[in-house]
Ligand binder design. Structure first.
Ligand code: GAP
Length: 538
C-alpha cells in the first residue's frame, strides 16, 4: 500500500523526491502544490488549537499560550547544554562489502523487507516468516542463479564451498531452522550479528553516530565557527523562556508553541516522509509548577489525542504507548507516545507524537551553561501561601522555582503522511479506483468548479461562481477533459465537493453538486452553493 501512496503523491503533486533531476537525495523531500496546501492546513489547525484558541484548562479557564519563531541556528553551546552534542546519537553499522550505512536497531526490520531475503524465501519455497524445511539442492540453485545478483556480499556467494558445507552440516540436525537462523547460516554470521539488508555482506559492530548536521558561521571553517542545524525546535523555546516572560503578560503556568524545520542526519531515512533528514516539527513547551507537572502531563496527553481525532483520524488507528523507564530520553521523567497504525507498521503502530515530562532538565542545564538565572518567582503562589499562614521558609522554598516542562512534540511532515495513509481508499468500481477521503477541513482543495463543456456560455457562469467562492475556500476551476476524468482527478486529490454547470443551469439556475465519498449528485440552485459549502465544510 505504501508504494501506491508514494506513487499517488508523485503523480498528483503532493510530494516529490528532492533533487529528482539529479537522481534524488536520500532523506529529503519536496512538497508539491497539493502537499504544501495539505501541510498548511495541518499547520494552521495546530496553531489555532494551541496558540489562537488554546484549550480550557483543568480549572475551567482558557490556558495561556503564545507563539514563537526562533532561529534554526543557535549558539553552539545550546546543544552542549541540551545534551545533543554528547548524546544525540544512533548506533550505526557499515557493510564491509557494499559500504552502505545502516542504523543498527533498524537492521532486523529492514531484513524482513530486503529484496534478497524475499528472493531467498521464494527460491526455497518458504513462507513469509521463513517457516519450512530447507532443501539444499534448491539453496545451491538459488546461490548459483539468483544470489550473485541480489546478494553479492553474502558468504554463500563469496565463499560458496565452505559456507554450503557448513549449512549442510547445520541443517542435518535442524532442517527447518526459521528465518533468522537461516540468514545467519547463509551469511556465516551467527546472531546477534546480522547480514547487510542491501547485499548480504558483513556489518561492522554498532558505533555511535551523532545526528546533528554541522556547518560553519562566517568565512573561516574551523572548530571555533562550528554551528549546528537544530535537531528539534524545542531548544529555541527554552532559550527564549525568559524573554517571553519579561515581554508578554504570561505567568506560570503557560506555554510557548513553535512550528518549524528541524534537521537530523538520520542513518537510514525510511518509509517515505516518516523519517527524513529535513522535516518540520510542531512543539509546545508548557512551563508549570513542579507540584502540578503530573496533572499537566495527563492534561496534555488527552488534549493531544483529542486533537488528532479532530482531524478525522479513526480512533482504531491511534493509541497511547507509555515509554518503559529504560527507553526514556536523557531529559525525560516520563513520556507517552501517541502512535498511529501506519501501513508499514501494521498491524503494529509507530510514533506520531511524544508527550514528555521533561522536569526542570532544560532550564537547569541552560541556567548552568549560560550563567543566567532562569528561575521563576511566583508572586501569586507566595500571596496564597501567606494567606494560608504557612511558615516563611516553606513560602520561600515553594514560590521561587525552576518551572517543570511538559512537552507535546509532533512532526508536521509526519502528520502529512498520517493524513495520506488515513485518507487512502480503493474502490475498483469508481472512475478513479483510488481516492483520498480527507476530512473536509484538511482537504487541499475544497471544491472543484466545472463547466460541463467549454462553450455555450457555461465557462462564464462557472467562472463567476469560482470568483465568488475562492475568497472563502480553496477552489479549483477546470474546464478541460471529460467530466468523468475531472471527477476522478478530484477524488484522487481528496476534494470533498464538485460543482458542475451544464445546459440546464442556463434554464433554471441549478447546478450539480457532487460529494466525493458517496459520489452522490444532487441538483441545487446555484445561489445556494456558497451557503451549502459553508455549512458542509464546517
Ligand atoms: N523535542 C522533542 C523531540 O524532538 P522527538 O520524539 O525526537 O522529540 C518529535 O521528535 C516528533 O518529531 C516525532 O514524534 C516525530 O513525529 C517527528 N520526527 C522526529 N524525527 C523525525 C524525522 N527524522 N523525520 C520526520 N519526523 C520526525
Amino acid at each position: 500500500m505504501m508504494e501506491k501512496i508514494v506513487s499517488l503523491c508523485k503523480r498528483r503533486g503532493f510530494v516529490y523526491p528532492a533533487s529528482e533531476i539529479y537522481g534524488g537525495i536520500n532523506g529529503f523531500w519536496d512538497y508539491g502544490p497539493l502537499g504544501v496546501l495539505l501541510k498548511n492546513n495541518i499547520r494552521n489547525a495546530w496553531w489555532r488549537a494551541m496558540v489562537e484558541c488554546p484549550p480550557i484548562g483543568p480549572d475551567g479557564h482558557p490556558i495561556e499560550m503564545v507563539g514563537l519563531d526562533s532561529s534554526i541556528i543557535q549558539h553552539p553551546r545550546t546543544w552542549e547544554a541540551s545534551g545533543h552534542v554528547g548524546g544525540f546519537a544512533d548506533p550505526m553499522s557499515t557493510c564491509r562489502q557494499c559500504k552502505k550505512l545502516f542504523r543498527s536497531d533498524h537492521v532486523a526490520d529492514m531484513l524482513r523487507e530486503a529484496e534478497w531475503v524475499k528472493s531467498l524465501a521464494e527460491g526455497l519455497g518458504l513462507d513469509e516468516s521463513g517457516a519450512g524445511a530447507v532443501d539444499i539442492g534448491r539453496l545451491r540453485q538459488w546461490a548459483d542463479r539468483k544470489a550473485k545478483k541480489v546478494a553479492p556480499g553474502l558468504a554463500l556467494v563469496r565463499a560458496f564451498v565452505p559456507t554450503l558445507a557448513a549449512i549442510e552440516a547445520a541443517l542435518a540436525g535442524t532442517p527447518s531452522p526459521g528465518l533468522t537462523p537461516l540468514l545467519a547460516l547463509v551469511a556465516a554470521a551467527p546472531p546477534p550479528a546480522a547480514p547487510c539488508p542491501a547485499c548480504g555482506g558483513d556489518l561492522t559492530e554498532p558505533r555511535a553516530f551523532n545526528l546533528m548536521f554541522e556547518s560553519h558561521a562566517g568565512a573561516i571553517q574551523d572548530d571555533a565557527n562550528k554551528v549546528y542545524l537544530r535537531p528539534e525546535t524545542a531548544q529555541g523555546i527554552f532559550l527564549n523562556y525568559k524573554n517571553v516572560l519579561d515581554t508578554s503578560r504570561v505567568k506560570v503556568p503557560f506555554g510557548v508553541a513553535q512550528i518549524g524545520k528541524s534537521f537530523r542526519n538520520e542513518v537510514t531515512p525510511r518509509n517515505f516522509i516518516f523519517r527524513s533528514r529535513e522535516f518540520e516539527q510542531m512543539e509546545m513547551e508548557w512551563f508549570c509548577h513542579p507540584d502540578e507537572a503530573r496533572t499537566w502531563y495527563e492534561f496534555w496527553k488527552h488534549e493531544r489525542m483529542r486533537w488528532w481525532l479532530s482531524l478525522g483520524v479513526s480512533s482504531e488507528n491511534l493509541r497511547f504507548r507509555e515509554h518503559d523507564p529504560d527507553e526514556l530520553s536523557h531529559y525525560s521523567k516520563m513520556t507517552v507516545d501517541i502512535e498511529y497504525r501506519y501501513p508499514f507498521t501494521a498491524p503494529d503502530f509507530g510514533e506520531l507524537e511524544g508527550i514528555a515530562h521533561r522536569g526542570s532538565f532544560d532550564l537547569t542545564q541552560h541556567q548552568t551553561h549560560s550563567g543566567q538565572k532562569l528561575d521563576y518567582f511566583d508572586q501569586e503562589l507566595q500571596l496564597k501561601l501567606k494567606a494560608e499562614g504557612r511558615p516563611d521558609d516553606e513560602i520561600k522554598a515553594k514560590s521561587r522555582y525552576i518551572p517543570n516542562v511538559i512537552e507535546p512534540a509532533s512532526g508536521l511532515t509526519r502528520a502529512v503522511l498520517l493524513l495520506l495513509c488515513e485518507g487512502y481508499a480503493e474502490d475498483a468500481s469508481r472512475a478513479s479506483p483510488v481516492y483520498l477521503r480527507f476530512d473536509a477541513k484538511m482537504a487541499p482543495i475544497k471544491c472543484g468548479i466545472f463547466p460541463l463543456v467549454n462553450k455555450d456560455g457555461l465557462p462564464e457562469i462557472a467562472e463567476k461562481l469560482y470568483l465568488e467562492l475562492r475568497g472563502r475556500h480553496a477552489c479549483e476551476y477546470d474546464a478541460k477533459q471529460s467530466i468523468g476524468k475531472r471527477y476522478a482527478r478530484m477524488d484522487e486529490i481528496g476534494t470533498p465537493f464538485c460543482v458542475t454547470i451544464d445546459g440546464q443551469t442556463r434554464e433554471d439556475q441549478t447546478v450539480t453538486l457532487r460529494e466525493r465519498d458517496t459520489a452522490a449528485q444532487e441538483r441545487v440552485a446555484i445561489d445556494r452553493i456558497p451557503a451549502l459549502l459553508a455549512e458542509r465544510l464546517g
